[in-house]
Design a protein around this ligand. Structure first.
Ligand code: TGC
Ligand code: FAD
Length: 392
């Protein structure tokens, strides 16, 4: 990895719509990524190792629970700040953003929104500081896009619940201390349970051979007659809507995060195009390369506008699931297209780890699949505008 000389790009002066606090938060996150992520991330990805050294820094920049109130250890920030932090982190690597998304929106959020006061006090401060790391178990081997079909289940055994089943494709699972797990009770109703490492019958094998998100640890959650204390049930909400509401928050973060990956690819390609000489001229002087770069900044600007407006709606408590789906889908697709075009601008150099583009491109193949696939988000928009669900 070359020295990280990234600069933000704000073609439509959107900074004018941000507060001073937003800009300070962005600067802190950007400085941290340049100092502690960029120098190590390429090697971590090449070795397919999760860099545990980033946990402390993620906590310090407020990436664990940015919008969780300070009384529970969160940063107490608004939704635009949350988005900005995700954007800056994913500018470094989507896997690092994944770690933060899961911890904040898929572990801290359900405990904050649906947990008891005791659960909030026990888990949230430690999750915010990174002393404890969490994972979120919704997807199963036979139930990905259709989580409502899940077979993981728990039975009431009087003084505890007995949990059985398996979750697949779980970010952070190999090292998590706690997992928020979604399972059906004897009546088939979905509930959230907090499962803690060390409980008998709970294991978290790692999934290997990924070509994408290599610096993020992914694995399984396996439950074989796990005795879960009754006080670990999330009592505030049940039904599929409970995990789906957590996804709303994580998908919103991804809508911003993907812009970060796109900005990094654009910034790298623009810089390279101005420096690389072919036929006696910088390649940036050729119309074909300018077309690619001009289209990139246009698409990034549109995505920035969408994310910022969505952030305003979220701050007002008005953002709908369908609006969030549209932004996640659009912005991730936009980022993948930009990564592919940017890679071409770098020619052969674009496939090496000397530049971040190929890593972003491969990472984004996961981002376009998790938190709802590209197709599922299209169907959510379709359902919203027609009133007809085309999932089944
Ligand atoms: P459907 O019948 O539409 O809904 C079931 C119930 O849920 C309610 N609901 C929501 N509630 C709150 N927030 C939302 N976003 C909600 N969406 C739906 C709905 O009103 C209903 O309530 P009720 O009271 O009537 O029962 O459900 P369906 O089974 O038809 O499925 C709809 C569909 C396909 C959209 C949904 O299943 C879906 O979104 N599937 C995609 C699955 C997904 O996104 N999985 C992500 C797993 S986690 C992950 O990938 C983490 S990656 C993390 C990282 O590393 O960054
Ligand atoms: P499937 O659901 O089998 O889909 C396969 C294809 O069929 C897709 O193209 C899909 O769009 C299409 N399809 C499915 N249904 C329909 C339909 N009704 N109409 C049209 N097309 C359809 N999950 C978690 O719970 N927690 C995590 O932390 C987590 N982290 C992940 C990390 C990584 C790196 C990855 C790759 C995944 C992660 N996931 C996680 C799982 C992720 O959410 C699922 O992979 C995703 O929801 C899709 O499920 P699936 O892979 O089973 O694909």
């Amino acid at each position: 990895m070359k020295q990280d000389v990234y600069q933000g790009h704000d073609y439509y002066n959107l900074d004018d719509l941000l507060s001073e606090e937003h800009k300070l938060i962005r600067q802190a996150a950007r400085d941290w990524v340049k100092r502690d992520v960029s120098p190590i991330i390429e090697e971590a990805a090449q070795k397919a190792e999760f860099p545990k050294s980033i946990i402390k820094g993620l906590s310090e920049i407020g990436a664990f629970g940015p919008y969780i109130p300070e009384e529970y250890g969160g940063a107490g920030l608004d939704q635009i700040s949350y988005g900005i932090i995700m954007q800056e982190i994913e500018r470094g690597d989507s896997g690092v953003r994944s770690t933060a998304s899961v911890q904040s929106s898929l572990v801290m959020f359900p405990i904050y929104a649906y947990g008891t006061e005791e659960q909030k006090k026990k888990f949230l401060p430690k999750l915010a500081s990174g002393e404890m790391m969490g994972s979120f178990g919704l997807t199963e081997p036979d139930h990905g896009s259709n989580p409502g079909g899940m077979v993981t289940n728990f039975k009431d055994k009087g003084d505890h619940y007995l949990l059985n089943g398996a979750k697949l494709w779980i970010s952070n699972s190999p090292f998590c201390d706690v997992a928020v797990v979604w399972a059906k009770n004897e009546e088939g109703r979905i509930h959230g349970l907090i499962v803690e490492r060390g409980m008998d019958g709970f294991s978290t094998p790692e999934t290997h051979n990924k070509w994408s998100l290599r610096a993020s640890a992914t694995g399984e959650l396996i439950f074989q007659d796990v005795k879960v204390p009754k006080e670990n049930l999330l009592t505030g909400k049940s039904g599929l809507g409970a995990p789906l509401s957590c996804l709303d928050s994580a998908r919103y973060g991804i809508a911003w995060g993907a812009i970060g990956a796109a900005l990094d690819c654009y910034d790298t390609a623009l810089r390279y195009a101005k420096e690389r000489i072919q036929f006696g001229k910088p390649i940036a002087s050729f119309q074909l390369q300018q077309k690619k770069l001009a289209e990139m900044i246009t698409e990034i600007t549109k995505a920035q506008l969408m994310a910022l407006r969505l952030g305003q709606l979220k701050n007002e408590g008005k953002a709908t699931t369908a609006q969030i789906s549209m932004a996640k889908r659009n912005n991730v697709k936009m980022a993948i297209k930009i990564a592919r075009e940017a890679r071409q601008i770098l020619g052969g150099m674009g496939i090496t780890g000397d530049y971040s583009i190929m890593r972003h491109m491969m990472n984004l193949e996961s981002v376009i699949t998790y938190e709802g696939t590209h197709d599922i988000h299209l169907l959510i928009t379709g359902m919203d505008i027609t009133g007809i669900a085309a999932f089944k």
